[in-house]
Every structure is written in C-alpha cells, then in structure tokens.
Design a protein around this ligand. Structure first.
Ligand code: FAD
Length: 466
C-alpha cells in the first residue's frame, strides 16, 4: 500500500529541508535502521534531518499525499522497536531540534525541543535549583521526544510519576502537515478532550512532537541511599510492598538480582563486596528537604527490612559513593545486552504481587530452559526481564520463546497488570498487545488513528496491527 521513494521524491525533500539534510549514504541509513531492540534492523529509504517545525510539516505533508511512511526517530534508545522504519520510507531524525528554549523560573516550567537529551534538561533545571524527575536509566542518551512518545519512567517514578505527569502542552505536526498546540501552559486544564495526554505514549503514530512544555518542581536538598541484600528474590520483593504499607515514600525502590549486579560489575570493570549468600538486592532512596526526616525514614525502612530476612544493609554517604552505585544500577540494561541477543520484557503489576510473578517467571525459565537477567523499578511493580539467547538455536528462539513470553504476560494480566510499564508496544510487542487487549479497545485505537492519520503514514506497523 505504500509508495517506494523515487528520485523525484528525493529532489522534493531536498527542496524542503536543504540538500545537505537529506541522507542516502549507507552509513546513515544503517545507523537509522536500528535502535536498542534485540538485534533488529529495517533499512529506511532515506534519512531526513530537519532543522525546524516548518521543515517537518512540509516533509510530512508531502509524504502523506504520496503515501510514503514516516518514522520519527529521537535518539534510538527504544527497547520496543518504535523507531524502526519497518515499512521503509523516511526516517525523520530529530537530533538537530535539541534546544532548551527556556527554563521559566517564575512558573517552574521548561520549554524544550524534542531532540534535547533527558539529562541535559535535568542538569539545566538543577543549575536553577529546579528538578525534572523522569529519569530513565538511559537519561544520558535518550531524547525528551522519545520519552514523551513512550511516557518513559525511571527510578524516581515511584515517588514523582512518569513523563506523562510533567507534560503540560505540546506542539505537534499532524499527518496532513498541520501544526497544532494540544493544550495550554497550565498546571490544570479542564477544557475538553485531553489531546496532550493522547499524544503522550502514542509512539509517533498520531503526530510528531516538535515542542514540549514541561512542569518542573523544586529540587529536593538531600537524599539518603541504601542497598539491602537478601538470600532470594522473593524475600527482596516481599519487602517492597511492606515499605509502602508502612507509610514510607521512597524516591527510588529498585530490584536487582545477583546476576544483574554481577553482569553490570563485570561490564564496568568494578567490584562491590556483599554477603556471599546474597541473591537479590533492593536499592532504596529517600529524598527531601530535611535530613533528619530522611534518616528517620531510612531507620524505619531498615527495621522493616531486617525484620523480614534482610541479610545486610549498606548506606552510601558521599556523592561519589552514591554516583558509583547508581552507575552500577543504571548500567545493568546495557550490560545485559552486551555481547548477547536478548528479548527485554517490561512487565508491570501491582507491587504486592511481585513475589508471585517472580515465582512464575522462575517456573517458566526452567520449563523453557533459558537464562534471564531481571531488575527494575520494583516500587512501581515494573520489572525488566531480559531473556538471553545464549546458545539457544534460532528456531527455538523465534518460536518457543514467544510461548514462554505469552505465559509471563498471561500471569501479569491475571495479577491485574499489563505488558509494558514504560518501554511501549512499538514493533515487537504488537502480537502480545493483540492477544491480550480487549478487541473493543483496538477498535477505538483504529478510529482515533483513522481520524488523525487516515493514510496510515505515521510510524506504520507499531502498537497495533492494521
Ligand atoms: C540501557 C537502556 C536503559 C533504559 N532505561 C529506561 C528506563 O529506565 N525507563 C524507560 O522508560 N526507558 C528506558 N529505556 C528505553 C528508552 O531509553 C526510552 O524508551 C526512551 O524514551 C526512548 O527515547 P529515544 O529518544 O531514544 O527514542 P527513540 O528510540 O528514537 O524512539 C522511541 C519512540 O518514540 C517516537 N518518537 C521519538 N521522538 C518523537 C517525537 N518527537 N514525536 C513523536 N514520536 C517520537 C519514535 O517514533 C519511537 O516510536 C532504556 C533503554 C536503554 C537502551
């Protein structure tokens, strides 16, 4: 149904964005054919790197009229294949839209372009004593546009929420090239349908985000960081719900298996001493403006943890020590993927049921004979399960492992959860999305898509199957 790009199209793209911003060379096509999803690669026919919203509008309008697929790319760190140009066509790479337009200290807001790297905004806000909490482990490399497209989270989501909780207003290019503002730069808005939140999490399938207004909050002055060690996964995860039931509100509560820790340590070339019988860890942080309160919360947490099978608790006092343990935690994802083929699942369930989910994963792992590296945002009930290919044969990997994933997802639904907490559906989770979502919901998706992108040119073959 899509048109192949021909020389005339290329000439028109050059006239719209300048010859130097239209790329056909093998190296650029190759880089834009991949993200961080498994070992997948889909070649675009052309890569366009626009400089501003009117160039984006011109390219999208032309593609829409000529039935050419357009896949928007942020920084390409996605884990569900959202930025992969599965149907060929144009990759619209937004890396040049990378300006922080304003940090508004009067209103505690930031106005940014979508190609800004998450950590750059965090640092710019911090320099003004302000805080942008959504902090994916990939914060040093992922873009805010990508974060919006997935409503990304991170360790701090457990206290502060995910990207969706910080988006106030968006400038969006629609499939027909129209440029709209979805809302207003306000903290509350009851003016009709919430188009801003419809765009958040829509993975580039409903529009292209070209400007973002974000909420900032005051920067907490102190934090208290501790690592609790356990003899097994179940003991570690039982404690997660108990901390919250006791009225504590940690600013991070991360689960790490010993295999995840060791993988990260060896990837980074670091060492870390812990009781040898430890098989699982919780990295717990409290933050706020009063150190005494944090110390009290940490003490209360320690009492709960020690009363329920915690072997040892380490605390990290200096900025260097804290940075070191966070680096170890944040590097697990990259370390797990280094030198192996993997499928990463992003399960999310109500946190009290984490032990039940982990027991079931353990059973499935044994039944299907694969290895996993498991870690994640336990406070949110959000676990990343990296299934490693190791030396499994290709046929088994492609046909039997999806059966195992189906069983994991079935358990998530049974426990009141779902298949993605923050990585999105993208390309690779589509079959599971169709299997587990209510067909009536998929019909609603279709009608929304049809009204905003009737020619299905925006990021085709993502989220749902046409
Ligand atoms: C090591 C590692 C750790 C990670 N840790 C986390 C984590 O802790 N939490 C988390 O949530 N995620 C995490 N991720 C996943 C990933 O970083 C996030 O999904 C991130 O938001 C993707 O941003 P990106 O700029 O790389 O987007 P891309 O991969 O380029 O694109 C992702 C999706 O966004 C769409 N998109 C990009 N820009 C726009 C735009 N301007 N308008 C419309 N659509 C757009 C694309 O079409 C695609 O569908 C991790 C990834 C890695 C590799």
């Amino acid at each position: 149904m899509y048109k192949k790009i021909i020389e005339t199209d290329i000439e028109i793209f050059k006239s719209l964005v300048g010859e130097e911003n239209v790329y056909l060379d093998a190296e650029t096509l190759e880089i834009n054919s991949k993200d961080y999803t498994e070992n997948l690669s889909f070649m675009p026919e052309v890569v366009i790197i626009p400089a501003n919203v009117s160039e984006i509008s011109g390219v999208v309008k032309y593609c829409n009229l000529n039935l050419i697929p357009v896949t928007t790319r942020g920084a390409g760190t996605g884990l569900s294949g959202g930025a992969l140009p599965v149907m060929g066509g144009v990759v619209l790479n937004l890396k040049e839209l990378n300006h922080i337009i304003q940090i508004d200290e009067q209103n505690l807001q930031a106005i940014v372009e979508p190609g800004v790297i998450n950590e750059d905004l965090q640092n710019a806000a911090k320099a003004k004593n302000l805080f942008y909490p959504p902090d994916p482990a990939s914060k040093g490399s992922c873009s805010l546009g990508g974060n919006i497209a997935h409503s990304s989270g991170g360790p701090k989501a457990v206290k502060y929420g995910t990207t969706k909780d910080y988006v106030l207003n968006l400038e969006v290019v629609l499939a027909n090239g129209d440029i709209i503002n979805t809302g207003a730069n306000v903290l509350k808005n009851s003016t009709g349908y919430n188009i801003t939140q419809l765009m958040v999490g829509s993975e580039g399938t409903l529009g292209i985000v070209t400007k973002i207004v974000l909420k900032l909050i005051p920067l907490p002055r102190f934090d208290y960081l501790m690592l609790a060690c356990f003899e097994n996964n179940i003991d570690a995860c039982k404690n997660v719900a108990m901390l919250f039931q006791a009225g504590l509100t940690p600013s991070a509560c991360e689960f790490i298996t010993v295999r995840a820790l060791q993988t990260s340590l060896s990837f980074l070339g670091k060492t870390f001493e812990y009781p040898p019988q430890s098989k699982a860890f919780l990295l717990i942080e409290f933050d706020g403006n009063h150190l005494n309160t944090l110390e009290e919360e940490a003490l209360q947490a320690s009492e709960i943890l020690y009363a329920s099978n915690c072997l040892e608790i380490y605390t990290f006092d200096s900025a260097d020590q804290k940075e070191n343990i966070w680096k170890i935690r944040r590097s697990i994802g990259e370390a797990a993927k280094h030198g192996n083929v993997y499928k990463e699942e992003d399960t999310v369930i109500p946190r009290f049921y984490l032990p039940e989910l982990l027991s079931e994963i353990d059973r499935i792992e044994k039944e299907y004979n694969f290895r996993t590296i498991i870690y994640g945002h336990a406070g949110d009930g959000n676990l990343h399960i990296n299934i490693l290919k190791d030396d499994l044969d290709n046929d088994y990997w492609q046909h039997k492992i999806p059966e195992a994933i189906n069983q994991i997802f079935a358990k998530c639904f049974e426990l009141g959860g779902t298949i993605s907490g923050e990585h999105g559906i993208g390309h690779v989770q589509r079959p599971y999305f169709h299997k587990f979502m209510d067909p009536k919901i998929i019909e609603i998706y279709k009608s929304i898509k049809k009204s905003l992108d009737p020619n299905l040119v925006l990021n085709p073959s993502k989220i749902w199957i046409v």
